[in-house]
Write a protein that binds this ligand. Structure first.
Ligand SMILES: NC(=O)c1ccc[n+]([C@@H]2O[C@H](COP(=O)([O-])OP(=O)(O)OC[C@H]3O[C@@H](n4cnc5c(N)ncnc54)[C@H](O)[C@@H]3O)[C@@H](O)[C@H]2O)c1
Length: 269
């Protein structure tokens, strides 16, 4: 069912890798709700070719861009603005830690890898917004969103340097959100999503066990990628115009639970 929530809205969606990706679900739903957009991902991710199907289904162009490269981002925005003149929404759904990928412990971190993961997972959000800023790309009352995780506030062993990257990402949302609001009423938020079975998610050590733990801790259970897409659409729509500079938990209640009965029962003697 479509509510036409994004009718007439244009945007850019970063980070759809395969049909499990959160960005993939957002693209499908944004299309259903009437939006037009450009899809983008790192050139290396596009080599797999999976994105072509999504582009066809949603009538979108694909423009390769490494989100850490100002040159690539410049070309991406030029292409997009030529097509749409201005845009209304941006989804930053990008994350990667080389230390996580290579199984390096937090106490034995490789700093070159840390810098790379930080650039991809956090600073790229600033780079995307700076490119949009310099090119005056956003319509008034537009909406910019990034995805994050509660490890930015609390310790989750195994999440490694991604925890620090997410804390930085959330801070960028606040700092740049202030500037955008004053400039032309554009809002900037992060969504702190439940653990979700995607390529990025599954890279985390002990992830599957953790998904079950989070489910038992959360009164509503874990939010799925489809649930997340629904939430993203509301945040791109005109129904949430006054929400900005927020980190919004989308986690079935997990973030406010100390302990659940279901988890406690496991420890009852
Ligand atoms: N899966 C989870 O449990 C979970 C939970 C909370 C938040 N998140 C966040 O959601 C976002 C999307 O992740 P996902 O779970 O859909 O996984 P995913 O692996 O499908 O998406 C991650 C994307 O980042 C892209 N990417 C990596 N390096 C890039 C670069 N240099 N330039 C451009 N794109 C690049 C990848 O190609 C991929 O499309 C990430 O920010 C992730 O941290 C995920």
């Amino acid at each position: 069912m479509s509510y036409g929530l994004l009718k007439g809205k244009k945007g850019i969606i970063f980070g759809a890798l395969d049909s499990n990706s959160i960005a993939w679900k957002v693209a499908e739903l944004a299309h259903q709700e009437g939006a037009e957009f450009v899809l983008t991902n790192a050139p290396v991710a596009l080599r797999m070719g999976e994105l072509n199907g999504l582009a066809e289904k949603t009538g979108s162009d694909i423009v390769p861009a490494d989100a850490t490269s100002m040159e690539d981002l410049g070309k991406l925005f030029d292409h997009t603005l030529e097509k749409f003149e201005k845009i209304d929404f941006i989804l930053h759904s990008i994350g990667m830690s080389v230390n996580v990928r290579k199984g390096k412990e937090y106490t034995d971190i490789n700093y070159d890898w840390l810098m790379k993961g930080w650039d991809i997972s956090a600073v790229s959000f600033h780079k995307v917004m700076k490119t949009a800023w310099d090119k005056d790309a956003m319509n008034e009352w537009g909406s910019i969103l990034a995805l994050t995780y509660i490890a930015a506030q609390r310790t989750f062993p195994g999440y490694n340097d991604m925890a620090d990257n997410k804390a930085y990402l959330e801070s960028i949302a606040r700092s740049f959100g202030y500037e955008w609001g004053n400039k032309n009423k554009v809002r900037v938020n992060t969504i702190s999503q439940s653990p979700t079975l995607t390529t990025a998610g599954q890279g985390i050590k002990g992830f599957n066990g953790f998904v079950d733990f989070a489910k038992e801790m959360s009164p509503l259970g874990n939010a799925t990628a489809d649930d997340c897409a629904n939430y993203c659409i509301t945040l791109f729509s005109d129904l949430t115009k006054m929400v900005t500079m927020q980190n919004l938990f989308h986690d079935g209640g997990f973030s406010n639970v100390g302990v659940s009965e279901m988890v406690m029962n496991r420890f009852e003697k």
